[in-house]
Design a binder for this molecule. Structure first.
Ligand SMILES: C[S@@+](CC[C@H](N)C(=O)[O-])C[C@H]1O[C@@H](n2cnc3c(N)ncnc32)[C@H](O)[C@@H]1O
Length: 287
């Protein structure tokens, strides 16, 4: 993260959701959260009439499938969240929330409290941009740098109830953290998770960067230059050993599986198959 500046990668994925892959835009709130020039680009299809489809197609192609990938990722997590809410979970923690607009765009949140935990610079920006827009859930903010501070105390101060089941969403964040910070975050959230809690987290597997040697050199350099270097990778079996025995991994798949799960019109992009979504359920055994 660049000192004092909001996360640039949070803008990119919000842009993707705001543009979407068809007129059923996944995230209509994005255009108001993004810097205005980027918000206008995300919103352009609404003003382009017959040229909207061509504009989207060009954006999807020139970003090497990033738009499709981000749409599939968010829709897959939305699907798991919807079933967690149906099972009676009424508190959701979004770790590294960025410009996540679930609390403003998703139906069915009812009496849910959404805790947004994020780096202070990104969170302050988001709070400014969201202004007085009414959320569909009660939203509480906890500012924290995952690599320097613990979030558990702040979360409890904000009213999080560790005796009750919760849904944890950790979307597109672990890859920017060192392995020890990933492990520490998982340990903290495990301590706060009652039986029946759910965790949806994405992670990057090692050695899956696209475009051969060029990609292996250029992609990490690009993220580094943007102030958000790629750090943590996990093998699926590492993930299991990191989150168990307290959690049962009930889902672990890449964008091809997210597409089947959601029936989305977005295409899984080969370039991003190195990111997986794992969903785990806190087992009833006690510590
Ligand atoms: C790619 S964005 C994802 C945002 C959001 N989860 C989404 O999918 O829209 C990465 C997020 O991780 C957060 N982040 C990165 N490093 C962090 C750190 N050390 N502490 C707290 N948050 C961090 C950024 O502020 C940003 O919101």
């Amino acid at each position: 993260m660049r000192k004092g500046l909001p996360s640039g990668t949070s803008f990119v994925v919000s842009f993707a959701r705001g543009l979407g892959v068809d007129d059923q835009v996944l995230d209509p709130v994005a255009r108001d959260l993004l810097p205005s020039w980027l918000g206008r680009m995300a919103d352009a299809p609404r003003h382009l009439g017959g040229a909207a489809a061509l504009y989207r197609k060009a954006m999807r192609a020139t970003t090497f499938g990033l738009i499709d990938h981000a749409v599939l990722r968010t829709r897959a997590i939305d699907t798991h969240l919807a079933s967690a809410l149906q099972s009676g979970i009424d508190q959701v923690v979004i770790l590294g929330a960025g410009l996540d607009a679930r609390a403003w765009r998703l139906p069915g949140l009812g009496m849910t409290t959404v805790f947004e935990v994020d780096h202070p610079a990104t969170q302050q920006y988001k709070q400014r941009r969201i202004g007085g827009r009414t959320p569909r859930a009660e939203v509480r903010y906890v500012a924290v740098d995952f690599e320097k501070e613990r979030f558990s105390e702040g979360l409890e101060r904000a009213g999080f109830r560790s005796a009750d089941a919760s849904m944890w969403i950790w979307e597109g964040v672990a890859m920017y953290l060192r392995r020890d910070a990933i492990r520490d975050t998982l340990e903290q959230l495990t301590r706060l998770s009652a039986a029946g809690s759910e965790l949806a987290m994405t992670y990057r597997v090692p050695g899956m960067l696209p475009f051969g040697a060029l990609g292996r050199a250029a992609i990490p350099a690009l993220f580094k230059a943007a102030g958000e270097p790629l750090k943590g990778t996990l093998e699926p079996h590492d993930l299991v050993s990191t989150v168990t025995p307290e959690w049962d991994v009930v889902y672990d798949d890449d964008a091809r599986g997210w597409q089947k799960l959601t029936g989305s019109l977005a295409d899984p992009a080969r370039s991003f198959l190195g990111e997986r979504l794992a969903v785990a359920r806190r087992s009833s055994q006690t510590d």
